[in-house]
Design a protein. Structure first.
Length: 237
């Protein structure tokens, strides 16, 4: 083995960092392409043709995203959302109805969050637990319930921040305003809130290091790593 080979073995090449800015820009462009196509075509040929062109654009984007490695579920859901918007525009026969589903989604989201808080069962807790973000060991923990009450209230405020401007722009029939609001505010803030929720929960349930000088309890440490209750020791005194 040559010296160059040995050095390569000891110090493998460091992979290049992900191009986060490029990825974010790409997703923004993907998200706004179909609504922009609808806006342009609808102004000249009506909502029916606008919905059809928007769906075609969504299908092209789905194919490109699949080639980039995005999961089939993700691209299918994204395409179905555009199709749902298009069907709404065709059904109502007007351009602004392309965004009627967003009013419904935000309204339902607000009702679910507010209702779950009133019932004392904040919706983010079961959602995070089912997604594997909230560990099962926190079930019934008052601190976890309080944490999710705050997170659910944050989601409720987010839905309100969407509903108010969406409702106004829908009432004044501003298709351009609806398109810009949806693409540049509503969708990005939902993604940001989802990321914040995951980070907040994971930081809260992260094990805290014991203070210096505290003796290590091997059984408790092992149980914590395995997400199991620590065994009780018999009092030998």
């Amino acid at each position: 083995m040559t010296g160059h080979d040995a050095g390569s073995t000891r110090h493998p090449p460091t992979p290049a960092p992900p191009r986060r800015a490029a990825d974010i820009a790409r997703h923004v462009i993907d998200g706004i392409s179909a609504p922009a196509a609808f806006l342009i075509v609808e102004s000249r040929h009506g909502p029916e043709w606008g919905a059809l062109v928007a769906l075609l654009v969504a299908l092209v984007i789905a194919a490109v995203r699949r080639r980039r490695g995005d999961s089939l579920l993700v691209v299918t859901v994204a395409t179905a959302i555009v199709a749902f918007h298009g069907v709404s525009a065709i059904g109502f026969g007007e351009g602004r109805a392309f965004y009627f589903p967003e009013l419904i989604v935000n309204g339902v989201g607000l009702l679910v969050c507010a209702g779950s808080i009133l019932l004392g069962r904040p919706i983010t807790e079961p959602v995070c637990r089912r997604a594997g973000v909230e560990p099962t060991r926190t079930a019934g923990d008052p601190a976890a319930r309080s944490r999710h009450r705050r997170l659910t209230a944050g989601w409720a405020l987010l839905w309100i921040s969407h509903l108010v401007p969406l409702g106004y722009l829908y009432a004044v029939d501003s298709l351009i305003g609806l398109t810009l609001l949806s693409a540049l505010f509503a969708k990005p803030t939902i993604l940001a809130m989802a990321v914040f929720t995951v980070v907040a929960v994971r930081r809260a349930v992260r094990p805290h290091p014991a203070p210096a000088g505290t003796p290590l309890n091997q059984d408790a440490t092992t149980a914590a790593l395995l997400d199991l209750p620590a065994p009780h020791r018999k009092d030998v005194s």
